[in-house]
Structures are given as structure tokens and as C-alpha cells.
Design a protein around this ligand. Sequence first.
Ligand SMILES: [Cu+2]
Length: 141
Amino acid sequence: MKRLLLVFVVLAVFLLAACSSPQEGVAVPPESDGGNAADTSVSSGQAGAGGVREFSITAKQWEFVPDAIAVKKGDTVRLSVKSVDVSHGMAIPDFGVNEVLQPGKTVNIEFVADKAGVFSFFCSVQCGSGHAGMRGSLVVE
Ligand SMILES: [Cu+2]
């Protein structure tokens, strides 16, 4: 029975960590240009980096497909995210992203991956019993 208790504790810690990602409070607003900007317009002073990486992500109960994406630091990341069932959300707090995904609609998200690390993204709209496990990771190397 101790084993069961341990599993519960680990799960609880995991869920707590997931709900409140207490990363440094840098809330960077998403880029608000028309989306037509040239791919070299990133003024991060990182000449050479700054390519554009595009990903199509499907959101459904209760997963993102794919649930792991990798880019290089300095890249502009474009995500086309589509929910194929109910309303979901796409939140990447470390990059100021939090969008609602209406069923059947594609939402385009763009941000610059200006810091390296492993960041989690997750569903931010209560979407059913598996909601808390609907997450993935963004690797910026
Ligand atoms: Cu959800």
C-alpha cells in the first residue's frame, strides 16, 4: 500500500507543477505584425539564426499531435493548431502564448524562440477528464 501512496504523491506533485508553472514572470505579448513579415525581420541581434519553423498540430481529447517539437534558439516558430473535436486551448506561458482553439478552426500562432530550454505547452481550456494530461514539450536548443 505504501507504493500506491507514493504513486499518488508523485502524481499530485506532477499536477501541481503542471498547473502553476512558476517560471520567471516574463509575459511577452505575441508578435502582432500582420504575419506577412519577411523571415529575417527578427531583431534579436542573432545574425545567422532566425529561420522560420512551421508546425501543424492537431489538438484532440486528450493530446496534441505531435506532442514534442524542437527548434533552434532564435527561430521564428509558426504553429497551425487545429482542434478536431471540442474546444481546447494552446498555452505556452514561457512565450506568452495562450489561444483558444474552437472546434474545426485552425489557429495560427507565431513567436520567436528567444531562449533555450525545454518548455511545456498544454491545453488551457477545460476539455474533459483527460484535460490535465493534455500537454507537450517545446525544445529550444
Ligand atoms: Cu483541455
